[in-house]
Design a protein around this ligand. Sequence first.
Ligand code: NAD
Length: 490
Amino acid sequence: MMHLKMYINGEWVDAASKKTREIVNPANGEIIALAAEGDVEDARHAIQVARQAFDSGVWSEQPPAERARYLFAIADKLEERAEEIGRLETLDNGKPLRETAFDVADAVACFRYYAGLVTKPDGQTYHVADPMQALVIREPVGVCGLIVPWNYPLLMGVWKIAPALAAGNTIVFKPSEITPVTTIKLFEIIDEVGIPKGVANMVLGAGATVGNELAESHLVDKISFTGGTVTGRSIMKAAAGNIKKISLELGGKSPNIVFADADFETAVDYALFAIFANQGQVCAAGSRLLLEDSIHDRFVERLVERAKNIRVGAGDDPSTEMGPLVSQAHMEKVLHYIELGKAEGARLMCGGNRITDNGREKGYYVEPTIFTDTTPSMKIVQEEIFGPVLAIQRFQDEADAIRIANDTVYGLAGGVFTQDGAKAMRVVKKLRAGITWINCYHPTYNEAPWGGYKQSGIGRGLGTFGFDEFTEVKQININLQVQPTGWFEN
Ligand code: NAD
């Protein structure tokens, strides 16, 4: 059994209270680790350390190329340990090995991307009236609180840690309390490469205590949060005390629109991938499938046939295509939504049950589930379920598709399938969403900004936009002819 500690000021420490939390393998309910359960006191300690480290300049004043060297070293070590870390992610989160292998590779690439970015041209100069010269530089924000969810425990962490450190900030990182294992491995690597003490800190524990303290503390300059919209709202309120900078990457109920002229098998294939990858526990999941009336029945038939064949099992079985949900509590929430869908009058086309046969009785497995005959006001159409549950909506024409697609409080992502390029662009431009796909669903790149419109968040992660979120902008005005203004005569 693993004993997981927190990393504060370059030391591995237990919670001040000595409390621990059991970490569970969702494939079989077994306890795999005891993690230190930090509290407000531990968070305050880490914040103070990060504050001192930032104010000392030990990190922010290092040349960008030097910070880049540390990040490249982290990437190399993460890559060397990719298999071990991928296995641990599967053990802790449940997702299949092929997904965790992808997550670790993407995390490595993210560190390299930001290591490369910090030494590239930056800033602006303006032509203003002589003898003045105006220029703009970027500086780190300061102490950053980074809070992430459990669906991509390592990757969501790296999406924040890499740009925050690259930009010269110091950090206090909080993983989800139920999936801390792989980010602890990442902090072992951060320790090994010798990043100065106090620059990168990790506190374990609950959102309401540790997370809230990060959001409230006046010693923290910025919060970067990924998680649910309800939590995001609470963080905005907590962050108001010192007008903290905030970036929020929140939930979604994203539409995947298939027109009658789409390549049929490609659209079916991506519709499955859009909702059932990572067991549907994806913020950008295509959880609403919008089908043009004329292909609706044929499409549903093919989709259901393929959904029934998805192999659901333990993530460490190489033949598994879909793993268990992350926890018993989350499985119960998803099953509750399925019951709600039935009660609301939607038609259950497949799935709908927990799976308990063939050694799966102690895990948190749910069948791939598809509902048709939905109406726009149903909860299964409006609310984020965050599981393998697809709600299908029918549309008549392009205008109808756009109207239905935008009819939720969310605006994270959306996909369009059609062989008419002009129509695809027209529809995508009308989607009130930050991430869109044409004739595909889900590809994500470290180079491109990630984030949502409406209640799906504020700001963007990844790419240069994601880097900018971890910087402040300063204008510098230089007088090249040093003499008084003469504004006042005497
Ligand atoms: P969550 O909001 O419950 O928790 C996320 C993190 O916030 C956890 O570390 C948690 O401990 C912490 N937290 C909880 N309450 C807090 C509080 N009051 N103050 C500060 N921190 C607090 O979300 P979850 O259930 O872990 O993850 C699922 C959610 O994450 C989904 O809604 C999903 O859409 C969203 N998500 C969004 C993105 C994105 O990029 N937009 C990516 C992944 C997941």
